[in-house]
Ligand binder design. Structure first.
Ligand code: DAT
Ligand code: MG
Length: 148
């Protein structure tokens, strides 16, 4: 089953959006299989955003993501990578449609509430940066036993 890494960024945590954001993904029908609040190390942040290391905003991006606690999550479901990106909305605030998370909660290019992996391959690498395998509920829940 496909997995993705979603993260409420420091601005979203500070604005008390965790509950509402989790609700959206539960409502859509995805399964939460791991979650934790933590403060990212600089090394984790630089690895997480390595694809942007040559960009002029890289320093600012890393400083922002380590500026406060984040809420990292692993979600599972059919097409969860692509569908969660649709639910997040575009990176450019002018293209983030109302009804999407960024379209409803963000106006800034950098402080945009949520991160989501952009491919199954990125998801794998991002999940491994933040979660140990034993922190993920990878097994199917046991079937309920009827007590006679
Ligand atoms: P996304 O978060 O939608 O995957 P991205 O991977 O292109 O977007 O960029 C990562 C983050 O970097 C993005 O969420 C916000 C920040 N960012 C992107 N472009 C930026 C820009 N032109 N100026 C400042 N921050 C930017
Ligand atoms: Mg990205």
């Amino acid at each position: 089953m496909e997995k993705t890494f979603l993260m409420v960024k420091p601005d979203g945590v500070q604005r008390h959006l965790i509950g509402r954001l989790v609700q959206r993904f539960e409502d859509r029908g995805f399964e939460l299989i791991g979650a934790k609040m933590f403060r990212m190390t600089k090394e984790q942040a630089e690895y997480h955003y390595a694809e942007h290391k040559e960009k002029p905003f890289f320093g600012e991006l890393v400083d922002f993501i380590i500026s406060g606690p984040v809420f990292g999550m692993v979600w599972q479901g059919e097409n969860v990578v692509a569908l969660s990106r649709v639910m997040m909305g575009k990176t450019n605030p002018l293209e983030a449609t109302p009804g999407t998370i960024r379209g409803d909660f963000a106006v800034d290019k950098g402080s945009n509430v949520i991160h989501g992996s952009d491919s199954a391959q990125s998801a794998e690498r991002e999940i491994a940066n933040f979660f140990r395998p034993d922190e993920l509920m990878l097994q199917e829940p046991p079937a309920l036993r009827v007590v006679q």
